[in-house]
Structure formats: structure tokens, C-alpha cells
Design a protein around this ligand. Sequence first.
Ligand code: TRP
Length: 431
Amino acid sequence: MLATIGSAAGLGNIWRFSYVAGENGGAAFLLIYVVGVALIGVPLLLGEFSIGRRGQADAVTSFATVTPNRRWGLAGWLLAVAAFVLLSYYAVIAGWAYKYFAGYLIGDVSNAARGGFASYFNSFVADPIEPVLWQLLVVASTVAVVMVGVRHGIERVNKILMPLLGVIVVMLAAYGLTLDGASAGLAFLFRPDWSALAHPPVYFAAAGQAFFSLGIGAGALLTYGSYTPAGQKLAPAALTVVAGDTLFAIIAGVAIFPAVFAFGLDPAHGPKLAFVTLPEVFNVMPGGRAVAIAFFALLGLAALTSAVSLLEVPSAVLMRKFRWSRSKSALFIGVAVFAAGVPSALGYGVLDGVTLFGLGILEGIDRIASNIVLPIGGMLIAICVGWVWSRRDALQTMDLQDGWIARAWLFLLRYLSPLLILLMLLGLVTE
Ligand code: TRP
């Protein structure tokens, strides 16, 4: 369970939530996001977990053995590919967090003057080498943790350090509220522009964010589910993880949006939003540099535990399928994932101008992975647990009594999730 918290809590809560909420009008997005998390996030999270728990193996083997037809193993491959693609650019953003930690430690971020943080960021990401070096450091540290094994590698980090990150984000939010102009930020985040609800892309963005932030659809939860012993009650723990993850993102929003408005920044700034906004806050906050050092260290660790969950998916497949050792599998995938992520790392510099669907490389891949690939993974999970399994299989695996909770879970999984995901994929095609 601790590892699952580590998988959920990460850059998605701070970096991605703020940039996607900012691009999609704030409050209306948040409203759809919260409803989406409750109605499709929770059922799918439990569904993905239960496949791993029943299969007691990696994504490919689990799908093949918990269904009557071995071709379901292909669903497992899709999840493993999704995890690979996500990790390729996730490591780039995590590298930005590592870089800011180092930058605050030696003092060169804090030396950039007020209003100069955007150029600090821009010159960093435009460098032909530096973003790649930080990305490499992230991949190397992720491989190292996976080699040691999930349990020894990250449980302790999650138990102590993630709550500490929560405390710092709460402090930042409290401080953010005292800034001049904070109320405009709060209105942006909490007072919906109802007309935005008629705008389908906001729904797609909210759904994509729900998959990303909860870590659904790439086999990470499945793989961790396979490590949980039977008899452990998972449903209540899963609800806690989901509620905590969502609250975390909202508090991060309170830390970021008041500052966006107070410092005259643009909420629709894209993936750099948190990295140009938070330094403005640290700059004016008493003791800001020390807080920034702690914040980026913990953000880097939160990102690392998420990256570990992603690397674990394809590594577990290789260990099982080819009987490779844990170290060999992690190293092999690590090298490939690093190479695959280099274009994302260079997308704001050498490869600036290369676009995917009109977006920069990193944002384009992020969009495809979160809004298309993860939902397809979610759909396969919903069909497997909701339709291929019997009701008894599903309830038994989750240790659920046949009460209203079980009925609600299966209803949402069988009907609502596939339907909404289908509408979303069709909507994206016609967009
Ligand atoms: N949820 C993580 C975050 O918010 C990222 C992540 C970890 C993830 N494992 C995942 C995203 C699996 C999708 C699928 O940063």
C-alpha cells in the first residue's frame, strides 16, 4: 500500500495538475476532475489492482491467466508499453525537479531576479546537454531502486518523506493565500465558468489527468497488486489513496494559482507553469531558499517513487518472460527508456519547433499517453474485470461482501467506465 501511495503521488499532483488545470480554465476542469476520479478513477483503480492480485504475476502473465483466453496477454503488453512511454518523458520532468533542487542548493536559482525565473527555466531547457544529463540521473536512480527491489527501495521513503512533502505544500498554500491577488487565483481554481462545461476538450483533459495522477492504465497498480498477499483488505485503502491524491493536487493548486495571478503570469503557460511560478513564491517567502531546497528534494523523491512504479511494469514482464534477473531487466529497460526520452528532453532546445499535433514533443507525447493510451488500458481493465470475470471472481479477489459497495463498483466498471472512455476516444478522433 505504501508503494501504491508512492506511485500515485508524484509530479502529476503538482506539475501536471497545475499545468492542465491552467490550460483548461481552472474551476470547471477541477469540478469534472473530481467527479471523474470518483466515478471512473476509483472503480478502475480497484479493477487494475484486482487483476494483479488474482494473477500474482506481471501484467502480461496476469492478463493471460486470469482470463480464459491467453490472447488477453496482449492487454498486458499494451500496459507495459504505456508504462515505458510514460516513463520516457516522466524522467525528463523529474530531471527538472532534480535540477531545481541542485540550483537552489548552490544558489543559482535564487540569484535569478524577480521576474527572471522564466528565463532561468528557458535557458536551462534550451541547453543541448543539461536536461539530458538530469534525465539520465533520474533514469539511473530509478534503475538503482528497482534493482534493489520495490519493498526495500521505497517503502521507507513513502512513510516519512511523502507526508513531509504534504506539509510543505500546505505551508506554500497558506503562504500563497497571503499574497496580493490571491483571490483571483482562488476564483480561477474554485469558481467555475459554467460555459466551459459545454466544451468537450475540458472533459478529455480531466479524464486524462485522472488516469495519470492516480496511475491507472499502465500496469503499475496491477504489478503492485500482484505483490499483495490475499486477505489484505484493499478497498478502503484504495479509497484513502484516491482521496489523498486528489486533495494533494487541490492543495498544490492553492499553492500555485494565487501566485500565478499575484505575479502576473499566464495560467495557460503549459508544462513550465509550476517551474516558473513556485520560484516567485520562494523568492518573496521568508526562508524561501531553504523551503525550496526541501520542496524540490521531496518532489524529486515523489517523482522517483512514481518512476519506480513505471519501470517495475516492463521489468517484471521481462523477468518473467525471459527469466532475466531483476537487475538485468531493470538495466535493459532503463537504457531503452533513457534513449526514448531524449527527444522529449531536447524538445525545448535543439528540437524546438518539432511538433506532434501542434504541440511540442513532450507535451504531445504526454497528451497521447494520458488522453489515449491510458484510457485504452483502462477500458481493457474494465472489460476484463467487469465482463470477462464472473461477479464472484471479482468480489472474491477484492474481498468484498455482496453489498451496495460491490454493486456500485461493478456497475461503474461494467457500464459507466467503458461508455465514458469510448465517448472520449471517439470525441478525440473527431476533435
Ligand atoms: N501517478 C504518478 C504521478 O502523479 C505518475 C504515475 C506513476 C503513473 N505510475 C503511473 C501514471 C502509472 C500513469 C500510470 O506523478
